[in-house]
Each structure stands twice: as structure tokens, then as C-alpha cells.
Design a protein around this ligand. Structure first.
Ligand SMILES: Cc1cc2nc3c(=O)[nH]c(=O)nc-3n(C[C@H](O)[C@H](O)[C@H](O)COP(=O)(O)O)c2cc1C
Length: 255
């Protein structure tokens, strides 16, 4: 594999959940956000809210960025040009979420190139109404993800990924053999167990029904953890639709 400084930075990525007290400088923050802004975009349909109130942040991170899908600011531009938006809210949201995510990931990589670590926080869409109130977000601005950031006070190894043959398919999507599935599961599970990842994180998801939990941190690993998410969480589409509606995105089909 080719290795250069940029690829090495990306391959050394790991989420950081312990931070030093020291806050990155304004110059560092500006460089990270500016690098984020140079990500490819559909229409720069994003905004970033910065909080330095570390006592309110997960992991006591010195910085917390709330990265929002934002159509509000382009509506302002359309008004100036005497245009009315006609694009449906689902399409706008789809593009805006992409703009926000590419930007957010550029910020992660830029931070890492400066020795600054980070960790995404995925609950933002489910508490969008609270964040709207907290940060005074106008309609058509939706918090997609939050990003905790600061100088690492921990030095974990990069976490495993699927084998390449479970990700990259040339010309056509394969039918997975048992062997491919098991190899993918083993690489993930063995890698996470080797790092004692979930024990260190104290992050075992409990089983919601009465079924007995046979797993301990000795054998609880990535595939079990993720099964417990997508086998139990968010069965109801209304939960997210409601948050979107609170933020001015109406996704319900018109009949
Ligand atoms: C959209 C998104 C949401 C995430 N939410 C959380 C979170 O709420 N808490 C957390 O500790 N990590 C969160 N993560 C970090 C992932 O757990 C982490 O990226 C994944 O386990 C891979 O580990 P690595 O980033 O160290 O390679 C999130 C990552 C993404 C991309």
C-alpha cells in the first residue's frame, strides 16, 4: 500500500475520549474549520456552532462543534435573488447532510494533522429540538452530529476495519459466502477484544427484553454491540421525523 503523510494521518485515526485541559488556540480552531470548509460541497449547506464550555461537554472535551445541515442561509441568498425554494425538504436534507458530514470529517483529519484528537457524538439528531433552543437555531437548520475535540490524553491504537473484500466490489455486488461474513466478523471482533475496547469504555448495551445476557467483556465485541443497536434502537420512524419537523423540515409525503 502507498503511504504518504496524508494517508498515514488517515490510517492513524482513532476517536479520542480523554482530553487534556488545555484548549486548542484560535488559530488552530480556525485552521481546522477552514480545512473543513474546503471539503467538496453541494451548496455549502452547513453551519458549525462552537462551544468552549467544557464542563457541559462529553468527555470534558475543551471544544464541542455542533455540525448542522443548514438550508436557512441559502434561503436568505435566494430571497436576495428573488427566487422561491421549490425543492422538497427530503432532497434538501439529503444533500445538506452530505455537505455537513464531508466537512465534519475534513475537520477530524485537519485536527489530527495538528495533534488534536476528536470524537463524533451521534445523538444530535435525536435531541435536535433541545439543541435548536440552546443555540437559537432558525428553521431549516438541523444538527447532524457533534464533534468533541481537544489534545488527546490517551493514545489508543487505531481500531480495526472490515477486510477490503467486504467493502470494495468491482463491477458487481457479490453474494456473500459464509466464509466472507465470518472473516469480516472475526477481524472486527478479535481486533476490538484485543483492545479491550468495550470494557475500557464501559459501553455494553443491555438487552431490553428479559432474555439472559450471556456476554461479559471477555466476549462482548463489535458485532454483538452493533447488533444490540440495530436490533433494539429506534424502531419508530416518527421519533426522528418529529425532531426534523421541529427544525422546519417536513418529510411527510404530500398526497
Ligand atoms: C456519526 C457518528 C456518531 C458517533 N457517535 C459516538 C458517540 O455518541 N459516542 C462515542 O463515544 N463515539 C461515537 N462515535 C465514534 C465511533 O464509535 C467510532 O468512530 C468507531 O467506533 C470507530 O472507531 P475509531 O473512530 O476510533 O476508528 C461516532 C461516530 C460517528 C461517525
Amino acid at each position: 500500500m502507498i503511504k504518504n503523510e496524508i494517508i498515514e494521518t488517515m490510517l492513524n485515526h482513532r476517536s479520542i475520549r480523554e482530553y487534556k485541559d488545555e484548549t486548542p488556540s484560535d488559530e488552530e480552531i480556525e485552521s481546522i474549520v477552514r480545512a473543513g470548509m474546503q471539503a467538496p460541497f453541494v451548496s455549502q449547506l452547513y453551519s458549525v456552532i462552537l462551544s468552549r464550555n467544557k464542563e457541559e461537554h462529553s468527555f470534558d472535551a475543551p471544544l464541542l462543534f455542533t455540525i448542522c445541515a443548514d438550508f436557512h442561509k441559502f434561503e436568505k441568498i435566494m430571497e436576495k435573488r428573488d427566487w422561491e425554494p421549490v425543492t422538497n425538504d427530503l432532497s434538501i436534507l439529503f444533500f445538506a447532510v452530505q455537505d455537513a458530514c464531508y466537512m465534519a470529517q475534513n475537520m477530524v483529519t485537519a485536527g489530527e494533522s495538528l495533534g488534536i484528537g476528536s470524537c463524533f457524538l451521534g445523538a444530535a439528531p435525536y435531541k435536535a429540538k433541545n439543541l435548536k433552543e440552546k443555540y437559537n437555531l432558525p428553521d431549516k437548520v438541523f444538527p447532524v452530529v457533534q464533534l468533541a475535540m481537544g489534545y488527546p490524553d490517551d493514545d489508543p491504537s487505531p481500531r480495526p476495519r472490515y477486510p477490503m473484500d467486504y467493502v470494495l466490489f468491482e463491477d458487481e455486488y457479490p453474494e456473500f459466502s459464509e466464509e466472507m461474513i465470518e472473516k469480516a466478523m472475526d477481524e472486527m471482533d478479535e481486533g476490538y477484544l484485543e483492545q479491550d475496547y468495550y470494557r475500557k469504555l464501559g459501553a455494553k448495551i443491555s438487552i431490553q427484553d428479559e432474555k439472559e445476557d450471556e456476554y461479559t467483556y471477555e466476549n462482548y465485541s463489535w458485532t454483538e454491540h452493533i447488533c444490540r443497536k440495530w436490533g433494539q434502537w429506534y424502531p419508530d420512524v416518527e421519533q426522528l421525523l418529529k425532531q426534523l419537523k421541529e427544525c422546519g423540515f417536513d418529510i411527510t409525503p404530500k398526497d
